[in-house]
Design a protein around this ligand. Structure first.
Ligand code: KMH
Ligand code: ZN
Length: 303
């Protein structure tokens, strides 16, 4: 019998800008409401960034996180996953601050460095309404998303070993699986661990179905049965790649962080709309959607 499918919803992220979609949640109230609705629609993990309520710019400020994390926790049973990717240009210390203060069940951990090439996406949007958006566009032209071995080890020790937070290991490339294998060998990552494979970011793996098949087969060789895996793909590849993952026995991530659309040329009006869509697909495939407690058990979370 096939395992149930864990749906993660990444509700806002740090890449899309407010002028790209009026449905992107920005304020703490909006982020809380979108997260709770996504959980009600079937997401068992909510992946969270914070934004400055005035400008929409990503912020590392734990005080802003604390305006929505308790609201989400009190109004649904979903697993809270705090990003340590943060926003472009943040230092590692800034990126870790909110998770170190809030000690969530789960946090993201980016498993290697990449050139994060989002400028083609941003250049399409010419109506800049917020003062920081042109600056953001300029920064992204030569942006290295730095996640060195030292950075990863620091995060594993400070957040994982010290606080019992477990990770969504974000892998943008095949080499990132080998980085994880290195830390498994060192005893710093223990099963069951959660690999989030990321397709379609310029600088990382392209959104080619063959890449997913290959990533999965290498992950199996490296880790046997000791890992869970999930897939996110940026933009229009989001739903097809999530569907391929579910068919191959993996889990799925959707949300406005990864894609602002629900169909060709049609903006998603909410995160929950994307969760409903992938849930429908998963159930039509004859699979079940995991509850938060099933996800907790499979991912070895502290609860
Ligand atoms: N924005 C995604 C491609 C993080 O928050 O740590 C990757 C991400 C990074 O979710
Ligand atoms: Zn994120």
């Amino acid at each position: 019998m096939a395992q149930s499918v864990i749906i993660t919803c990444a509700v806002t992220g740090g890449i899309h800008t407010p002028t790209m979609s009026k449905h992107l949640p920005i304020t703490p109230d909006q982020i809380a409401a979108e997260s709770i609705a996504a959980a009600e629609a079937g997401a068992s993990i909510i992946h969270l960034h914070a934004r400055d309520p005035e400008t929409g710019r990503p912020t590392p400020d734990p005080k802003v996180f604390m305006q929505f994390l308790p609201v989400i926790k009190n109004n649904c049973d979903a697993i809270i996953n705090v990003s340590t990717g943060g926003g472009l240009g943040m230092t590692l210390e800034q990126r870790l601050e909110a998770a170190l203060v809030t000690k969530p069940e789960m946090a993201s951990l980016n498993s290697g460095s990449i050139n994060f090439g989002i400028f083609p996406l941003l250049q399409k949007h010419s109506e800049w309404q917020h003062s920081w958006e042109p600056e953001f566009l300029d920064m992204t032209r030569d942006f290295v998303f730095k996640n060195t071995f030292k950075d990863i080890e620091y995060t594993l020790r400070e957040l994982g070993e010290t606080h019992g937070t477990r990770f969504e290991f974000e892998c943008y490339d095949l080499g990132h699986l080998y980085n994880l294998a290195y830390f498994v060998d060192k005893g710093l990552i223990k099963p069951p661990f959660f690999i989030q494979m990321i397709y379609g970011i310029l600088g990382g793996m392209g959104a080619d179905p063959d890449n997913m098949a290959h990533m999965y087969s290498i992950a199996k060789k490296l880790f046997g049965d000791s890992f869970e895996w999930s897939v996110l793909a940026a933009g229009r590849n989001q739903m097809p790649f999530a569907t391929q993952s579910a068919i191959m026995g993996g889990n799925v991530r959707v949300g406005l962080e990864d894609n602002l659309y629900i169909g060709a040329g049609q903006l998603a009006t909410s995160n929950a709309e994307q969760v409903h869509k992938i849930r429908r697909i998963v159930e039509e495939l004859g699979l079940k959607v995991a509850t938060p407690d099933e996800a907790r058990e499979r991912l070895g979370l502290k609860g």
